[in-house]
Structure formats: C-alpha cells, structure tokens
Write a protein that binds this ligand. Structure first.
Ligand code: FAD
Length: 435
C-alpha cells in the first residue's frame, strides 16, 4: 500500500525508525503510542516487509510450542493485537496446528493494508515510504541525524532504530555487524500462489501424489531440475483454497548481494512458476483448472546482517533458555531451518520454554542511541534462524520501540547499563510477556 499523501518529513523527531517490515512497523507504533514524535521511513513501497512483498504467508512465533493443542500467546501487546485483528477481519486464519506449533496463515495483500491502517491512527507517527537513506551523521558513540534522498536538510532525532534486515543505518553509522554473504546461508526462496484447483488436491494425500508426479517428471527430464525444490502448502482463506508454492534457490548459483544475479533469479523463478502451473494443469488430477495467481515482487532470503549489541543471542541461549534480568519478550519459535544443511534443528521441543530476549540484544554496543529490532538484532547465525519469524519480530519491534522512547527521554540519550533491568521491567508490563 502506498502513501497517497505522504506526510511531510519534519526536521526533528524523538525517534526515527528505518525499515517497514513487521519489526519496524511494531517499533514505530509502540514509540508513537508512548507519546514520542516518531518517523518511520523505508525505501520499500509498502509496510510489512517480507510478509507483504515476498508472499511469506504464515505468522509463526505468535504462540509458544505446546502439546495440549491450546494456542498460548508467546507475548501479549502488539503481536497479539495484530494477530487478533487479522483473524477477526478474515485476513488471517484462527491459529492452526502444525505439529506442536500454532500458526496464523494470512493473506499478504490484506496484511499490508492492516499495517497501514494501524499506522494511520497514530497521531505522533509520520510514515515516509519510498524514502532512501543516503547518509548518517554520527560520532563514535551517538547518531545525530540522518540524510534522506528526498530532503535537503538532515533529519535529527534523539534515538534511532535500525530494522532494515541489512543493518543499513548501523552500517552507515560505522557500527559493527556480522552476517555472511554466503548464498548457501542466505538461500533465497520464491513463493507464489496457485488457485482454482480442487480442495483435496493439496491435502496430505494430494501433496503425496504431487510429489510422486514431480519426481517422475524430473527423472524423465520433463521439468527444469530446480522445480524439484518446490514445496507446496495449502493455505485456506475464506472459502477459496489458495495454495502457496515455495521454490528454493540452489545454494551458490545466485549471488545474494548482486542485483543482476537477483534479477536473474527473479526471472527464472517466474518462469519456473509458470512451468509448474502448466505441468500441474496437464498432468495431475484436481489441478486441471489451476492457475498461478500471485507472483511476488521479490524473492526472500534466509540469513541477513546482525548488529553487534551489548548482548549476542546464541544457539546456547535457545538450548538452555536462561533467565535474563533485562528480558523484554519471548521468542516462541524454537525452530532453526538450516539452509546449508537442508534440515531443521528444533531446540528441545519437550522443554516448551520459550527463549527470553534481553534488552541488551537490542542496543548497539558502541552507539548508545542506536537500537535494533527484527532480523538485525544481535545474534549468531543459528539464533537468527529461530528469532526472525514474524510473531517474534513484532514483539521485539514493540520492545525496541519502547526502549527507543526511553533512550530519547534520557539525558545521556542512552540506557545506562545499570538501568537495563529497570527499563526492561517497564517494557515487559506493556508487552504482557508472562516472563
Ligand atoms: C524463505 C523464507 C520463509 C519464511 N517463512 C516464514 C514463515 O513461514 N513464518 C514467519 O513468521 N516468518 C517466516 N519468514 C521470516 C520473516 O518473513 C522475516 O524474517 C520477517 O519478515 C522479519 O521481519 P523484519 O521486520 O525483521 O524484516 P523484513 O520483513 O525483512 O523487513 C525489513 C524492512 O527493511 C527494508 N530493507 C531491507 N533491506 C534494506 C536495505 N538494504 N536498505 C534499506 N532498507 C532495507 C525492507 O524494505 C523492509 O521494509 C521466512 C523468511 C524466509 C526468507
């Protein structure tokens, strides 16, 4: 959804948020609701990030893992408010059981509309989409202002939040970050949808039949080999069965940071989607009338950059779920899908105790008024794989937005280390984390 009448950007804010994915959206709303004058800007054309423009269609991490079939929210606050809004409007399904997990399936186009509606209600919030960051004016310990391509004057703020997935604010401010450029780790996926097939064509039996046909056709050389990496999933919205198909890029064939290579992947994926659609129509019962309906504007990738913070979450934290004095929210999704190993690691599914996210993982180690949320929080590769899901990104976004407001209101423009636990306790109350 585009801003038809973009609010003029002013020269000074309390909090500036870069990036409009679930983390940035939640951070900006949290900051505005806490009374801070907030600017949310993004180079993107819409709000919602991967969930809006790459057709990621399931919201994971909203509920904790459980064996008793009762969805229990990992966090209250905005994550739950947003999920309930999607469900009550028919944009999302009620939580559906997938193994020991409860997941809300959603319609990406409607999803972005809801994000936009919620932002519009906040009087302290200015949203500027299609707005590029050109530089950052920073000292070694503080960001003073940002320069935006659409404005001559710099825009000042007391606290800055990076939610851009590739840590662009931190990078331009000279802050440390980690993250490989390895295509195997980043492993891109292209998710599209088909419609018009019979309802049982994509149920468990249907998927089995689909796989058998696919294997046969691939072994006979009748299909392009990359189609062998397709995963088919049924997403039931209203009365219309939409099936989502994910195609994974093969490891090193595409450079994750090279625009030419990404364009080639995008074109190839579009062609594969059409090839698969036509194969389904001609070869598999129940798919005779199916067509490819929604093709995303971009593909999505698994790994991305993480900013170095006061604390770095690791695989060990997911194994042992330590109690942090400064815990702000819970990461309820215990699965790390390792693209390089082509398998998933599930962190002790019997333990059922979600991992706490400490406030320190959201504050840059060197720059006191730089905070982060979503995929770019401080974490090791494996931990990022479990943290990055949308439900968790929403909760972390809200926590980081509130922490940014505290930062902006503090005299030092930074949360002192001896006050982290105190600030975190205030954030937990708003998020109703149950920690
Ligand atoms: C293949 C795949 C499948 C997934 N499946 C699921 C799933 O089933 N369920 C689930 O809950 N999650 C899933 N995810 C994870 C989820 O979609 C994202 O990790 C989540 O959207 C993270 O939110 P975010 O706000 O941190 O980042 P994003 O949603 O990535 O948003 C980042 C924002 O920053 C902007 N931005 C990005 N890069 C730059 C840059 N370099 N410069 C400037 N701006 C930039 C973007 O335009 C966007 O506005 C999946 C991810 C992948 C890759």
């Amino acid at each position: 959804m585009e801003t038809s009448d973009p609010s003029p950007i002013e020269s000074e804010y309390d909090v500036i948020v870069d990036g409009s994915g679930p983390a940035g959206f939640a951070a900006a709303i949290a900051s505005a609701r806490a009374g801070a004058k907030t600017l949310l800007f993004s180079s993107a054309e819409s709000i919602g990030g991967f969930s809006a423009n790459t057709f990621v269609h399931s919201l994971s991490g909203l509920y904790v893992t459980s064996q008793d079939m009762i969805p229990r929210a990992a966090n209250g606050g905005l994550a739950l408010e947003f999920a309930e809004r999607l469900v009550s409007s028919g944009t999302g399904t009620a939580p559906k059981r997938v193994g020991p997990y409860d997941v809300v399936f959603q319609s990406p186009i409607q999803y972005t509309r809801h994000c936009w509606d919620l932002c519009q209600r906040e009087k302290n919030l200015t949203v500027a989409l299609k707005t590029r960051l050109s530089s950052v004016n920073a000292t070694e310990s503080r960001i003073e202002s940002v320069e935006l391509a659409s404005r001559e004057e710099p825009v000042r703020a007391r606290a800055f939040l990076d939610t851009t997935r590739e840590a662009e604010l931190a990078f331009l401010a000279g802050a440390d970050f980690e993250g490989t450029e390895s295509c195997t780790n980043r492993r891109r996926a292209f998710i599209f949808s088909i419609r018009g097939h019979e309802a049982n064509a994509t149920d468990e039996d249907g998927r089995q039949i689909f796989s058998e046909h696919l294997v046969k056709a691939l072994s006979l050389g009748l299909l392009t080999p990359q189609i062998g990496l397709a995963v088919i999933r049924l997403v039931q919205m209203d009365e219309n069965p939409d099936a989502c198909v994910g195609l994974d890029a093969e490891g090193d064939h595409f450079s994750a940071l090279n625009p030419d290579s990404l364009t080639r992947f995008q074109i190839l994926s579009g062609n594969l989607a059409n090839e698969l659609g036509s194969f389904l129509r001609s070869n598999i019962r129940g798919f005779e009338k199916c067509e490819v309906t929604v093709v995303p504007t971009q593909s999505c990738e698994r790994e991305s950059r993480r900013i170095t913070a006061r604390y770095r979450l690791t695989e060990a934290d997911f194994q042992s779920s330590p109690d942090f004095d400064d815990a702000v929210c819970r990461a309820g999704w215990p699965v790390f899908a390792d693209p390089s190993l082509l398998r998933s690691i599930v962190f002790d599914p019997t333990r059922m105790r979600p991992t706490a996210v400490p406030l320190r993982a959201l504050i840059s180690k060197e720059i006191g008024n730089l905070l982060m949320a979503g995929r770019c929080i401080s974490s090791a590769y494996v931990a990022q794989g479990a943290l990055r899901v949308i439900g968790t990104s929403l909760a972390i976004g809200q926590a980081a937005g509130l922490a940014a407001v505290e930062t902006a209101r503090s005299e030092e423009q930074s949360i002192p280390e001896n006050q982290e636990a105190e600030v975190a306790a205030r954030i937990r109350v708003v998020l109703e984390t149950g920690l």
